[in-house]
Design a protein around this ligand. Sequence first.
Ligand code: C5P
Length: 194
Amino acid sequence: MIFTVAIDGPAAAGKGTISRAVAERFGFAHLDTGSLYRAVGVMGGDPVAAARGLTPDDLARDDLRSLVAGQAASRVAVIPEVRAALLEFQRRFARREGGAVLDGRDIGTVICPEAEVKLYVTASPEVRAHRRWLEVGGDEAMVLAEVRERDARDMGRADAPLRAAADAVLIDTSELGIEEAVRAACAVVAERLG
Ligand code: C5P
């Protein structure tokens, strides 16, 4: 069975948690596509060469979740050649046998416009910054500034900007607990699976 769940949205909206839960519940493979851009971002040197030569080891680095890696990722993610180098791998993953969940910024719009389910997971910048701050600590106002800066870059870039696909189901997690958000996502998938 080929079945793709595309989950897009801004940083710290809850995409990762929802994606992992949906994948586990339905037995689908999961790809966190942000980790591809993070790995390219932290590698240094020529980002296009880094994207073309990406290996599984690069994705296993333990510094990929940091704020610095997130910023580095969104800087290399504006480069069309970097996006092009990562496209085929993501497309193949999306259409693999047995079902796949991919979370990112452009899954429903560019990587897999034919996805059986498209979700757009979002929350207010303040709520997202607060969640990220609980994880990383430091100065909450700076975390909020970082979230806004990354939103602006991801939504404003020319190639594959962050936006909801016209046929995406919106899940706003500003006032939803994680269990409710997961339940809402699973309900959409279950309905589409019939
Ligand atoms: O989702 P995550 O915060 O790990 O993504 C890091 C950065 O990678 C994003 O801010 C975005 O710039 C970029 N990205 C992207 N397209 C994707 C996934 C991530 O441009 N599909």
